[in-house]
Design a protein around this ligand. Sequence first.
Ligand code: NAP
Length: 653
Amino acid sequence: MPRPATSCRAPFRPIVTLGDAAAEPLDADRLARALGDANVPTLVAVLTHLTGEERWFHPPYTPTRTKGLSDHTSGGLTEQARAAVRAAALAAVLRWADDPDGIRALDEGALGRIMELCMGEPVAPKYVGMMAEEMGMRPRFDNERLARLRPDEEYSAVIVGAGASGICMAVQLKQANIPFTIVEKNPTVGGTWYENRYPDCGVDTPSYWYSFSFNPVSWSHYYSKRDDVQAYLDATVDRFGLREHILFDTCVDAASYDAATDTWHVRATGPDDTQVELDARFLVTAVGQLNQPKIPSIPGQETFAHDQFHSARWPADLSLRGKRVAVVGTGASAMQLVPAIADEVAELTVFQRSPQWIAPNPEYTREVSDDTRYLMAHVPFYAAWYRMRQAWVFGDKVYDNLVIDPDWSCTDTAVNSINDGYRRYFTSYIRSELEGRPDLLEKALPDYPPFGKRMLLDSGWFRALRLPHVSLETTPIESIGTDAIRTKDGVDHEVDVIVYATGFDSLRLLGSFDVRGRDGVALRDQWGDDDARAYLGMTEHGFPNMFFLYGPNTNLGHGGSLLFITECHVRYIMGLIEQLIQRGGTSLECRQDLRDRHNDEIDQAHAGLIWSHPGMQTWYRNDRGRVVTNSPWRLIDLWQMTRAPRLDDYEVV
Ligand code: NAP
C-alpha cells in the first residue's frame, strides 16, 4: 500500500542523563567502544537512516522479530554481521559529525521500511505517522501556530493536578501563550509518583517510552524507580518554566461553571486554610484515576495496636527489619514491594484474594550502561529508534489477544487462541518459577484468562514467595485483633505491621471535589459513583470548556505508555482551544448525541473484549459489569481519533 510522502526530518538533539548539563563531545575511540554495547536492531535502523544504503536491508543484516519483552540485543544477527554493522555505523556517525546538517529527510515510505527492518516484522503503514511523532521526527504539537493567534487573557485555564498529565498540559499552554494556573494538593509535583514511595516503586512500562516525546532523557535503568521518575518530572517542570504557575499545598474543593461569562470558578483551600478563588475560561482536570487509596473495612481493624497503612501512604523512615509483616493484596503495588521487603523482614505473610498472571521480564532490573548512554547522547536517532522499538513491543502487538473469539470453545481460561498461547506461556513460566513447590503453585496459578486483570511483570515475586519465612495465605481474612489477622479458618497470624496493597477507588473518577456544570448540574449526579462517561474520554455534555485528562475509558489495559495517551489528549484539547479562539467563541460543549453514541461504541467494543469476561474481578469495571476506566481501542485508533479535533462535534457559543 503506498504511503503518503510526507517528509519526516528532525535535527538531531542529543539526549542526556538527568542532571547532565550537556553531552561530552564525540570521540571516535569512545564511540567505537560504546558501539560494542549497542542494541543491534536499533543500530541497523540508525545505519540505514543515516546512509540509505540498500545492502543493510538484506540478510545477513536483517534483525529477526523480537519475541516477548526482551530487548533482543543481538537482533539474531551472526557475530560477523554484527561486527559489520558496528563498523559501518561508526563510519556513518563520524561522517555525520563532519556534516551534522546533512541528515537526509525521510518520507514516510522510507521511515516505514526502516521500522519493518528494525522490528523484523511488518509494520502497518498507519503506524508510521504515530511512530514518527513518538520518535520526535515529526512534531506532535504546533503551539506556535496557536501562539500566533495571540490569545489574550480572556482564554485562560486552571489545571487541577501537577502530575504527569497536568505537566504535559501546562507545557503546551505555556508554549501557546495561554495563561494558566495549576492547583496541586501536594507540596510538589509528580502526582502518583510523589505519593507512592513504597519500596521498589517504579514503572513497569519501559522508561525510554515512559517519557514525554518533547522531553527525552537518558535513564539509569530500563525500568526506572520512582525517584528517577519524580526527578524527571521535576526537571521537566523546571525546563519549561512551569513552577511559578503552580499553587502547591492547595486542594480544590469545588468548581462551577458560570454560563453568563463562560468561565469556570474554582474554589480551593491553600496552606494554613487560606481560601483560594480562581476564574478561568477552561478547566482541565489532571487528577489521575488511581489516587484515592482504598482500604477494605475489616472487623476489628481499628484495634490493631501497630502500624497499618496503605501502600500509597508508606511512612517515611519506617524500618521493617526484623518485623512480622502482612501484605494484603497481590496487585501491581504488592508485586514490587513484596520482593523489596522480603529479605529484610522476619516473617512475611501475603494475603491473596485472587492469583495474578505474571509475565517474565528479563530487563526489569537492568541498568543502562555508560556505553549505551553514550550512544543515546551521541549517535543520531539512536534514542529515537530505541524508543520506537519499545513503543512497538509494548504497544498494540498484544491487542489481538484481548478480542473474544465467539467460536473459541475453552472460554473459561482464554478468549481466543492467541490468548490461550499467552496462557500456556505464562503457565509454564509460573511452573518453572515454583518448581518443587506444589503448595505455592496451586495457589498462584490463575484460572481466568491472562490480561483479564492488569498484567504484572515479574519483579522477583516468585523468588520472594519461595523464601522460607514468606507465606502465601489464600484463606479469606475474617477479622483483625490487636496483634493478629484472623483468617476464616480461625487461624491467628501474628503480625507487627499491616500493609494494605489493596488498590484505589478507580471507578469514582473525579471524586475528590464537587464539579457543577451548566445549570448547576453536579458531575457526580450525572456519573453516579461508578459510571463516568465522556466523549473521547475528555469532554462531557453539560460541562462546557472542561477537559479531563486520564478520564473515563482512557486507561490502557493491554500495554502502552500512559504518557502517549496524555500527549494525544493534550494535543486534541489544544486543537479545540485553537479552533475556538479562531472562531472567536467563548465556550464549547460536546454534543449529547455524539457523546452518547461514542459511549455506545465503547460499550459495544468492550462487550467483545476480555475485560467483560466474568471469570475475574478487576478495578476496570463497575459491579454492573460496565468497563469504566479502560479504553477499548488500539493505540493507533486512539491516535487517529484525537489527532484532528472537529469543533463541529461541539456546541459553540
Ligand atoms: P490493585 O491492582 O487494585 O490490587 C489490589 C489488590 O488488593 C488485589 O490483589 C486485590 O484482590 C486485593 N484486594 C482488594 N481488596 C481486598 C480485600 N478486601 N481483601 C483482600 N484483598 C483485597 O492495586 P495496586 O496493586 O495498587 O495497583 C493499582 C493500579 O495502579 C495497577 O493496576 C496499575 O495500573 C497501577 N500501578 C502501576 C504500577 C507500575 O507501573 N509498576 C505499580 C503499582 C500500581 P483481587 O485481585 O481479588 O481484586
